[in-house]
Design a protein. Structure first.
Length: 338
């Protein structure tokens, strides 16, 4: 898969710009606050329907404007395609070739990509929700059935929690049946992904231990009294976690800062490899703030590896030091080829 160009209108600090890209490494540099990361954010939004920097789509609209619009021209499976998304503060619009939708979840699987950003440190230090989000976004890009069951599970969980808060158990079993059915699929796919995403490219041994919370009839019956007191469901995939281990010890407590950055890079490379295999295409690989993640020696190692990843997008506050890269400079929302 190759992203040929992207058009941004009223997106973040971009008023109106079209950018063309090369097939290999695309290096985007400029001072902080000029719009480098905004480009990666637009690519990620096309892939997942979500920003990796905000939960509010309104934040993506250029100040003083009423909408944003993004359009990408790309090649996948040997076919030239077009994908666009827009948001006017109320209505979402997705258009893939001639197919339209008003749900951003329709984007999943069309334009797969992996993102490595400074915020990934939360996968080690942050709450379990960060690690569940990683699994959800990764699996959803290659498995539409997972998206279906995740939506059904989320709806059923909301309904069961509402009943718990009202101390109403009359129709609870019907929603529990939904949680059990969809929860089983989520658990199976998450366990599978955790095994396949375990990195294999470090000196130290890394392991990912999936810690599922099962949605079962027995668990719901056992915890019902406690759930009624707390007003929320205490078991099920919404309570899942992953423990990240380095040499059989929790990375959160025992890894150095350098080891954590190396670990995260290895995890993202493994995620990208699995995504490519599952989607049967070469997904795009994005790195925000390239060079910040690793020490100079390991940065050189990753530079040598980048050429094997397909199309890559890197941002940096300093000029490019990668031979053969397609270099773009960004200043105040203006992008120029160097």
């Amino acid at each position: 898969m190759k992203l040929h160009s992207i058009y941004l209108r009223n997106f973040r600090n971009y008023e109106s710009v079209t950018v063309s890209f090369a097939d290999g490494i695309n290096f985007i540099y400029g001072k902080n606050g000029q719009g480098k990361t905004n480009l990666l954010e637009a690519i990620y939004l096309l892939s997942t329907g979500r920003s990796f920097r905000t939960s509010k789509l309104q934040d993506l609209i250029r100040h003083g404007e009423s909408f944003f619009f993004i359009e990408a021209e790309f090649e996948k499976d040997g076919i030239d395609q077009r994908l666009s998304i827009s948001y006017d503060g109320q209505v979402k619009q997705v258009k893939h070739n001639e197919t339209k939708s008003q749900n951003f979840s329709a984007l999943l699987g069309i334009f797969p990509s992996t993102l490595h950003a400074p915020g990934d440190i939360e996968l080690i230090h942050g709450s379990p929700s960060e690690r569940r989000r990683l699994l959800n976004m990764h699996i959803a890009q290659s498995d539409p059935v997972y998206v279906y069951h995740l939506a059904r599970y989320t709806k059923a969980l909301k309904q069961r929690n509402a009943l718990l808060k009202r101390k109403d158990t009359k129709s609870m079993e019907a929603w529990e049946a939904e949680l059990i059915r969809s929860g089983a699929y989520l658990t199976e796919r998450r366990g599978e992904a955790t095994v396949e995403m375990t990195p294999k490219r470090l000196i130290e041994e890394i392991s990912l231990n999936y810690e599922p919370s099962y949605a079962t009839e027995e668990n719901f019956e056992k915890s019902r009294e406690r759930d009624l007191i707390l007003g929320s469901t205490q078991s099920g995939p919404h309570r899942d976690d992953i423990t990240i281990l380095l040499s059989e010890k929790p990375a959160k407590s025992f890894a150095s800062e350098g080891q954590k950055r190396t670990l995260l890079t290895a995890l993202k490379l493994a995620e990208h490899e699995r995504l490519c295999n599952r989607c049967n295409t070469t997904a795009i690989f994005n790195i925000d703030d390239f060079g910040v993640h690793l020490d100079p020696a390991r940065t050189d190692d990753i530079k040598n590896h980048l050429k094997k990843l397909g199309q890559v997008f890197l941002t940096s506050p300093v000029a490019c030091s990668i031979h053969g890269a397609h270099v773009l400079s960004v200043e105040s929302g203006v992008i120029e080829l160097v």
